[in-house]
Design a protein around this ligand. Sequence first.
Ligand code: NOJ
Length: 795
Amino acid sequence: MKKVLKPTLLALSMTMGGYVMASSAMFSDMINVERTAPVSASHWQDDKVKMDAFLDGLISKMTLQEKVGQLDLQSGFRNVTGPFVNEAYEQQIKDGQVGAIFNAYGADFGRQLQRIAVEETRLGIPLIVGHDIIHGHKTIFPQSIGEAATWDLNAVKLSARVAAKEASADGIMWTFAPMADLVRDPRWGRVSEAAGEDVFLSTAIAVARVEGFQGDDLSQDDTIMATAKHFVGYGLSQGGRDYHTTDVSEHELWTTQMPPFKAMVDAGVATFMTSFNDLNGVPATGSKRLLNDILRDQWGFEGFVVTDYTAINELVPHGYARDDKHAAEIAFNAGADMDMVGQLYINHLEDLVAEGKVSEDKINTSVRQILEMKWRLGLFEDPYRYNDEARAERDILSNDNLAAARHVARKSFVLLKNDNQTLPLKDDEIKSIALIGPLADSKSDMIGNWAAAGDRKSHPVTVLEGFKHRFGDNVKINYAKGASYDYITSKEDTKVRDGLGISSIRADDSSLKKDMKRAISAAKKSDVIVMVMGEEQRMSGEASSRVELTLPGNQQQVMEELKKLGKPMVLVVMSGRPNDLRWADENVDAILHAWYPGTMGGIAVADVLSGDYIPTGKLPMTFPRSVGQVPIYYNEKNTGRPYLADNPNQRQEHYKSRYDDSPNTPLYAFGHGLSYTQFDYSEIKLSSETMSVNGELTVSVDVTNSGEFAGEEVVQLYTRQHVGSITRPVKELKGFQKVHFGKGESKTITFTLTAEDLAFYRADMSWGVEPSQFDVFIGTASDNVKQASFELVEK
Ligand code: NOJ
């Protein structure tokens, strides 16, 4: 039978040369690789006079009801992303009760809704159409945490740029991204949407994403508004349970949670989204301190604030509002301009104005902020400019976009372990590969969660397809699913999970045994076993928290059986969170973490396993040994009783900060990631042993690629302040450089530290430095560094 190539494989075969050689240079016309200016550029200033005149005129014609309508965001049905959807949204658009809509993508569909707003309402004000474009629109890039693992800001920006190009042709002009919540608990499903545990890395990535989505001019038809979300503290939900309470000290809040958000304001982000959690007793959606005093007054944010999904209504169960009307009053007065789905503004704001509880002036301000964005998006000029079927046809899932997705995917993989140079697979020696696991040939899982408009059925290239494509007739691929990743449950649990739509199986399910047998026979016929195991994509993301970090289902059991065959074993993990990989670490020869790699994921995995591309990713989040160590992160405090694992007299270490049944150290540290080549670091050279608070210090290291391949290394710089007015972390990331090295090449990598790099929120909450002894570390991972010391002095 003639083999029919799937669309993406077809695109791949047509542009093979370009794909294989894909490099950052190839995409430089798609991104501006230098930092772009904040969005408020000159074009915007010139326009402002015209805009003000237009908006003054428009607002003066609006009734209070029409104004309140602009503050309402409704959800269509193209995706369902929350517990409640409103079926009457088309009628409400007609009634002038909707300012914006989401979950309603498609150039044609958007045009249809826009037409109602423009032609059938009294003032014809166009809608903003939003969507959760988190890691790609139709061409799906790696899950956000995987993008963070690239430690490559150009790659991250490229992903957002491509997403904006596709979305803006498909009826969308607003994305609910980036999510910049800092995360420390892998049980929380939304770590997959985050950029990890470190504030320096997360901030840089958040800004790169804003720049990628918004470009430097929102009025261009291929840029879209970004949303800084979720403001704020949501990443610290207690117990890793979604939507749970957060209790965060002021120091913690300002040190780890606020910086990415402040940086996005400075980068000109158009909108902010409130978070669901209550923060130190005040739900973020009702917090005047957050939404007004900090965001507007202190930071000067000029865009508009949207709530999260029904978050105003949730002020009632939070116990912060008496009823819906009271909730609307609190949220609006706090500074939430737009109500997502909950309809409380359209139901109550007019009455609240009549009762004097909400001022019409404040409503005018919110309306103006929303209408300004409509102006800046060019919607008053041409409401259909984002509904361009011809551009959609040309720009969506284009070869360039697929090449970009492949480029970013292979950069996102982290080589966790590689004993005896098991990887790369040498196709001149290996004649057969057993490819085993529930994720080896699962299209739907390739694109991960929160790939809202992404197609799960035909476009994604699986690892099996990627392998066949890469190894062709030279190597026989013996595939067997082998294992299940469904939760294994008791009868009672099964009922509960069924009710929630979560798939689960019983341990005595006979099909599990049959699958395992097939895997063993495939492995027996093969020279090497490659297992693609992990979590089903829906096990992370919103409302997908877990209490265990182990691989679900019978995957471990199947790996244990395969181990008995004594063949080389490679594990490719696909998952949206750090998992407990202790067994694999002890028993498997090589482990590659591939997150959810996106539409071109299977090709990218084949690129890396075959050695066509040398892995360069580094962990943005600590991998604990077990869930019991959570929260565990590299930049912890030293404590008064730091445990010394290398003290030969361990009796002295008994009353120290440690566990009886586990080392303190993680399985894989923040910043860890191996290469097929080898990078050697010299000792650190400092320009001086002292640094004045007004001066700077140059810190450098020679890095040599002493291995067998050309490759990229992420050189990481950390500091530690010995003594402070509050206790300081044992290490803090302050810089990194992703550098390419030819085989045998040496380079001097230099960082310049200034006082700003060493500043922090001091005991009195002021921002600045304190004279102290400092350590500076440079290395390949947070737990593998060279060290030097200097003193920060007043003069
Ligand atoms: C709820 C999520 O928390 C938020 O991130 C998302 O943007 C909205 N739903 C809309 O889908």
